[in-house]
Design a protein around this ligand. Structure first.
Ligand SMILES: Cc1cc2nc3c(=O)[nH]c(=O)nc-3n(C[C@H](O)[C@H](O)[C@H](O)COP(=O)(O)OP(=O)(O)OC[C@H]3O[C@@H](n4cnc5c(N)ncnc54)[C@H](O)[C@@H]3O)c2cc1C
Length: 239
């Protein structure tokens, strides 16, 4: 559900920028709703050129709701990308950008929904799943969760140190990486889905996020593996 305030464009100041991978940067933005959104939701960002030309894109919130006053976005530079190029090359701490949100009513998970939760992400599609994992750790650490995450190389795994630490320290959380361009690497296939399902048991919720081809392929694999369609929620980033 979208609150009326979420539809209003508002100014947000970039408070912190960090490099996460060769192509992904983290942006922490000061907003009024940092404690009031649901993990999985996104914001719309709008850029306006001096001649009035505007470009608008959606970005998932990576942070869990908290009292920091900040939300975190993680934005991957795409070749020739209009808006991601701005964030990669031009945006600086202290800049003000326009955004609206939080937006999104079905691709969300809160502690009260329980688990087990199976999360499947491709590339930057891991971002809303990170918000869910961060929320789980803070609010429902007893809920079983497994992240099956496909990235090209180990270097391109977003939040790798955090995910490794969670897998080591959080009972009930497991990380399965599918690195497509490492030696011997492979894409998420039926065997990877079966291994994830065997580890987590029958999932109560399944979230799949990434580019269009990734989400389509993974959804089909999940259905082939016998996961009920009603359990599967998807978010497509485009591409
Ligand atoms: C709900 C939602 C949440 C999103 N969350 C995130 C996020 O957390 N982090 C993030 O980095 N992106 C996210 N995206 C994607 C983002 O909205 C933009 O599409 C992306 O940043 C590209 O915009 P651009 O202006 O840089 O590229 P454009 O100038 O629009 O396109 C440049 C080229 O890239 C292609 N392209 C566009 N989008 C994609 C894509 N997603 N994958 C591959 N190729 C593409 C275009 O066809 C074109 O050839 C999300 C999208 C949606 C719908």
């Amino acid at each position: 559900m979208i609150e009326p305030a979420a539809l209003r464009w508002q100014d947000a100041v970039i408070a912190e920028i960090a490099i996460l991978t060769p192509r992904v940067k983290s942006f922490r933005l000061r907003v009024g709703f940092a404690a009031r959104f649901r993990p999985g939701q996104h914001v719309d960002v709008r850029l306006t050129a001096p001649d009035g030309y505007q470009a608008q894109r959606s970005y998932s919130i990576a942070s869990a709701p908290d009292a920091s006053g900040l939300i975190e976005l993680m934005i991957e530079r795409l070749d020739d990308g209009e808006v991601s190029g701005f964030f990669a090359d031009i945006a600086e701490v202290g800049d003000t950008i326009e955004l609206r949100g939080p937006i999104g009513g079905s691709f969300v998970w809160s502690a009260a929904e329980g688990g087990p939760v199976l999360l499947v992400g491709g590339g930057s599609g891991v971002v809303p799943l990170l918000a869910m994992l961060r929320h789980r750790a803070a609010a429902a650490p007893g809920v079983k969760a497994l992240l099956l995450y496909s990235a090209r190389t180990r270097q391109e795994v977003i939040a790798r140190a955090e995910l490794d630490a969670r897998a080591r320290d959080e009972p009930g959380f497991a990380l399965h990486l599918a690195l497509t361009r490492e030696p011997g690497g492979r894409r998420i296939d039926r065997a990877a889905i079966d291994a994830a399902l065997a580890r987590i048991g029958a999932p109560a919720h399944v979230f799949v996020c990434g580019g269009n081809p990734f989400v389509g392929a993974v959804s089909n694999l999940l259905l082939d593996a016998g996961v009920a369609p009603a359990l599967i929620r998807t978010e497509r980033f485009g591409g």
